[in-house]
Write a protein that binds this ligand. Structure first.
Ligand SMILES: Nc1ncnc2c1ncn2[C@@H]1O[C@H](COP(=O)(O)OP(=O)(O)OP(=O)(O)O)[C@@H](O)[C@H]1O
Ligand SMILES: [Mg+2]
Length: 241
């Protein structure tokens, strides 16, 4: 498994942060240590998603040298850490410093997940020069697919060789005419499909607050388990029925 992975989508709201959190949680359940770096400015959300209320320092503080890396790591549960996005909307990320930070984190954790903001600009470039794998997240709509296509092109141009595709929020459809054409999406984006994640409300709930019953019944949780196993090199089925 490559150990610095960026999660991107091009368009906003495709599910990058949901994928980052649920993948991380699935990986720690397989005994991997994971850090999620929230590469955004002003729109911090990982702390809320994970019920963290003790963020003192953030990515901006680490990159500007105002605090040590360890001071900015916040852990809601053993083996999982986050570095929160800079609170300052105007914070400019220095690409070289960000890359060095990711390299340092990859020596301390099994997996580094970079949760990128929407868009294909400077922040995605920063993530792309730092990561060895890109996980492209798309929904089944044509607008989302277009965004993902552009994001995939941007990361390849920036030198990421390993680009993988996650199709998110796939709804169960009784009427076959309305089933999304996953092959067309894969062809357009041109990346290897590694997960089909169903629409599942539980994926929006803090993983630390889910009941055993909810977890057992959730196809979404199962899809993330399969994804993490697949990223670990196991041969597991792709489509969840
Ligand atoms: N598979 C899913 N099933 C149900 N809800 C989902 C799923 N994936 C994402 N969502 C919901 O969609 C919304 C957007 O998800 P999320 O915040 O993860 O997207 P994002 O790509 O990180 O957005 P942004 O571009 O703003 O960073 C959230 O309300 C989230 O709970
Ligand atoms: Mg997000």
């Amino acid at each position: 498994m490559s150990n610095i992975m960026l999660v991107t989508s091009g368009k906003g709201g495709a599910g990058k942060s949901t994928v980052s959190v649920n993948l991380a949680y699935s990986l720690i359940n397989q005994n991997k240590s994971v850090v999620i770096v929230e590469l955004d400015s002003g729109l911090r959300c990982l702390d809320v998603m994970l019920g963290i209320d003790n963020v003192v320092y953030d990515l901006g503080d680490v990159l500007s040298g105002a605090c040590s890396v360890s001071a900015a790591l916040v852990s809601p549960i053993e083996k999982l850490n986050i570095i929160a996005a800079p609170a300052n909307v105007d914070f400019e990320i220095n690409p070289e410093r960000f890359k060095k930070l990711c390299e340092f984190l990859s020596s301390k954790f099994d997996v580094v997940i970079i949760d990128t903001p929407a868009g294909i600009g400077e922040k995605l470039q920063c993530a792309a020069i730092s990561a060895n794998t890109a996980l492209i997240v798309t929904n089944t709509t044509s607008v989302s697919t277009r965004g993902a296509e552009k994001a995939a092109e941007a990361v390849v141009d920036a030198g990421v060789n390993d680009v993988k595709l996650i199709i998110n929020r796939v709804e169960k459809e009784e009427d076959k005419r309305y089933l999304p054409d996953l092959d067309a999406i894969i062809d357009q984006i041109g990346a290897q499909l590694v997960a089909v994640i169903p629409e599942d409300k539980l994926l929006s709930k803090n993983p630390l607050e889910r009941t055993k019953k909810e977890i057992k019944q959730s196809l979404g949780v199962k899809a993330f388990l399969n994804l993490s196993e697949r990223l670990n090199g196991k041969n597991v089925p792709l489509i969840i029925k």
